[in-house]
Design a protein around this ligand. Structure first.
Ligand code: PLP
Length: 455
């Protein structure tokens, strides 16, 4: 069976709606591939967080769970009480409820198999273009380019805007560290803004206070899937002639006044890590309303290669490309996007309902926004109750994550300043299990466990 996957000699810009999405691989009875090695959540992994490559998983990703939860059957329990348990008896271990696992129930395997069968497994191939075009249509943006993760997407976005030494970029301190590290990687200086207590998002008033003659850009982060106050921030950036970057790593499917995040600024980025709302395993996207920004990003992500002269590299650049295999997963995930988002909204509603009346607040949607609930999160009224509650949940077989530490408190970014709202949310916040497959009865169990611990 022949596969006519197009040869893509030169890096191309994807302008979206103009391209045909017709698949060029012929339909064929395809062999099944082995299960995706990123086993994010099923089965148990004793005593350590494992990711696909066997390395410990960074805490924030929250994708894999550990389990030491033992399930003694009643007969074993009775025998144990009577002293009749064999000394080599191994108690049965039950899986924990993880914080996240990807939803891979669509055509992911079929599309990946097509890549393997056609041998288009590297960064050239049909699925790259299909994923970019599909993403452009979904988000409603002019141009987009795939990259190999959300961190390099940010780095590329900053470089494509020409941000570098001598520039200051205002960024929320309450974010995942990649937002801040990538600013430093361009030699620019991150300047931290505090958050708002109601939304947990960056506070436009504090952005305004932090503007200096060296401020070149504002980077907003739509944390945990709720949008920032884009009206105030866009207005402020216009008023001061500042560039606007949107870190949408956690906000696929998030809307502000019916408009997708990622379409408000000069450039925006997404992450498709295994725990993100849609995933490609590892992956990211840079999008912009200005195709010239994406042209620049493509040039930089492909070693700065000339479009007209082979192996001629006219600038210092990177290899930040996504593989066709990852893009194939992305295409299948985009097809499931609305199902995933609807399921996450149902889970959030279930948490909201069952946690009502407890001494905590739920990180909820605000008027004029559509929260995509990448993470369903709570903030306890009492910061001292946070870690004991997490330990209690862990003992009950329920994994959680703490809200990020504010970047201004970390050793390589420490500024010694006080950002009280970010610090307070960070001390009180917990991310609860939030994956689309989480059942209503599991949410009930989680909420009942929280309720017992807090009463
Ligand atoms: C806000 C934010 N920005 C950037 C990133 C980086 O994305 P990736 O892990 O794909 O490099 C993440 C990842 O979790 C994130 O949460």
């Amino acid at each position: 069976m022949a596969y006519a996957c197009g040869v893509l000699d030169m890096p191309r810009i994807n302008y979206g709606r103009t391209r045909s999405l017709a698949p060029t691989c012929t339909e064929a009875a395809l062999p099944l591939i082995v299960p995706h090695p990123v086993s994010l959540g099923s089965g148990w992994v004793p005593e350590q967080h494992i990711f696909s490559n066997g390395t410990p998983l960074p805490q924030h990703h929250g994708a894999i769970k550990t389990s030491t939860r033992f399930d003694y059957s009643s007969s074993h329990r009775a025998n144990r009480q009577k002293g009749r348990v064999h000394k080599h008896f191994q108690p049965k271990q039950q899986p924990m409820i993880p914080v996240y696992k990807p939803f891979l129930t669509g055509r992911e395997k079929e599309y990946v198999n097509r890549c393997l069968d056609s041998t288009w497994i590297s960064s050239k191939g049909d699925y790259i273009e299909r994923f970019e075009s599909g993403f452009i249509d979904y988000v409603g943006i002019a141009a987009a380019t795939t990259v190999c993760n959300g961190t390099v997407a940010l780095h590329l976005a900053l470089e494509a805007l020409g941000i570098g030494q001598g520039d200051e970029v205002i960024v929320p301190s309450l974010t995942y560290i990649a937002s801040v590290n990538t600013i430093l990687q361009t030699q620019a200086k991150p300047v931290f803004a505090d958050s708002r207590a109601d939304s947990w998002q960056v506070d436009p008033d504090d952005i305004r206070r932090k503007i200096t003659p060296r401020t070149r850009a504002v980077m907003v982060v739509h944390l945990y899937g709720l949008p920032c106050d884009m009206e105030s921030i866009v207005e402020l950036c216009r008023e001061h002639g500042l560039l606007l970057i949107e870190d949408c790593a956690e906000a696929f499917g998030t809307l502000y006044r019916d408009q997708h995040v990622g379409t408000f600024g000069d450039v925006a980025t997404f992450s498709f890590y295994g725990n993100k709302t849609i995933t490609t395993g590892e992956g990211g996207m840079v999008v912009s309303t200005d195709p010239r920004v994406i042209e620049k990003a493509i040039h930089l992500k492909t070693q700065g290669v000339s479009r007209s002269r082979e192996y001629w590299h006219d600038t210092l650049a990177y290899n930040y490309r996504m593989t066709n295999i990852c893009a194939a997963i992305g295409v299948a995930q985009l097809e499931a996007a609305e199902t995933i988002l609807a399921r996450k909204r149902e889970i959030a509603a279930c948490y909201r309902e069952r946690l009502r009346g407890l001494p905590l607040s739920f990180h909820d949607t605000l008027p004029g926004t559509r929260h995509s609930f990448w993470m369903c999160s709570i903030a306890l009224n009492d910061p001292l109750a946070r870690d004991p509650l997490r330990a209690h949940l862990r003992n009950a077989g329920i994994d959680t994550r703490p809200v990020f530490h504010p970047a201004h408190t970390m050793p390589h970014h420490a500024t010694g300043e006080s950002l009280p709202v970010a610090e307070s949310i960070s001390a009180r916040g917990i991310n609860l299990p939030s994956y689309p497959d989480l059942s209503e009865s599991e949410v009930e169990t989680i909420c009942a466990t929280i309720s017992r611990a807090l009463s």
